[in-house]
Write a protein that binds this ligand. Sequence first.
Ligand SMILES: Cc1ncc(COP(=O)(O)O)c(C=O)c1O
Length: 222
Amino acid sequence: MLLSPAHQFPLGGALRPERRAAVVDWARRTGGLILEDDYDGEFRYDRQAVGALQNLDPDHVVHLGTASKSLAPGLRLGWMVLPPSLLPDVVAHGGGRSVSALEQLTLAEFLTSGAYDRHVRAARLRYRRRRDSLAGALADRAPDVRVTGIAAGLHAVLQLPPGTEQSVVQAATWQNLAVHGLSRYRHPAAGGTAGDALVVGYATPPDHAWSGTLEALCRALP
Ligand SMILES: Cc1ncc(COP(=O)(O)O)c(C=O)c1O
């Protein structure tokens, strides 16, 4: 079972403690394996850190991390913390060989020297300011839009008035913004109603372009 328990993508919620316990219980009863996709765990802002699900049962949970959010997606560097019983099979199947050894060694040095931690702390502060500036601008300029999922990570979900998602995505495209409607992430067989929303990543624009980008986003919103 693949989960992103600390910060679900795209809605941004965290798995509640009773559901964390229930899923670990399922894995123990059935011999199942949980893949814990902790893709942006470095960036938590105003809520208590959510412990890794893997701590609850290291024999049934694989913890997956990535440098895609903290460094750059183009590096293609990630890591797995594996149940010891799986290690020989993963090594036998070439785990780690598809990534340049030089980049792996550089990351190892970055981690052990403490520089990675310093970088993440500084980045967390910058992204938090950005998130606050996004939430503040929307409260002022787009009072019909509700921002959710922003306690962690690098994206926000903008809940839109009913029936407006497609037109807002179109308006954002005209403003040269690459944002997606929430419906894009919805499985065709999913039941219920998700509501209209926009999924907005706020990490990409360089600092000098941020205020212009925010202005363009506000223009696209109802
Ligand atoms: C849900 C989720 N998992 C994992 C990742 C990271 O993927 P990768 O390490 O292949 O870049 C992302 C990146 O955006 C993501 O959104």
